[in-house]
Design a protein around this ligand. Structure first.
Ligand code: SF4
Length: 114
């Protein structure tokens, strides 16, 4: 079973319109659905906070403190496909920053649930 970290958009999570941490990302990981090619253990769930500067260091700290290096980092579907988009950085830019910081491959999106 692969180990994964998931990143959620804090601005969206705080709005209460179906937070990425509510169930969709977690169900997709558990069931191996959506962007997850196999059932996956979520070893970290990190909340991005505007303007996003803390995301990479917080993710690095979560990996360090948990002492579990994930096989992949998933940027939640709500964050990767946000409309309107994040005003600070594209999901691709966020993914590159995360990948450069952690050395872990980053995948855009988690699930296709409505
Ligand atoms: S910086 Fe962008 S992705 Fe991060 S919480 Fe703010 S709006 Fe969401």
């Amino acid at each position: 079973m692969q180990k994964v970290a998931i990143i959620g958009c804090g601005a969206y999570m705080d709005s209460g319109y179906g937070c990425p941490g509510e169930w969709r990302c977690l169900k997709a990981a558990a069931m191996g659905e959506g962007k997850f090619e196999e059932a996956s253990a979520v070893v970290a769930f990190v909340k991005c906070e505007c303007p996003g500067r803390s995301l990479a260091p917080n993710t690095g700290m979560a990996i360090k403190l948990s002492e579990v290096k994930p096989d992949a980092i998933y940027i939640s579907s709500c964050m990767a496909n946000a409309k309107p988009a994040c005003p600070y950085a594209s999901a691709e830019e966020m993914a590159k920053i995360l990948q450069d910081k952690t050395g872990v491959p980053v995948i855009l999106g988690t699930h296709d649930y409505k």
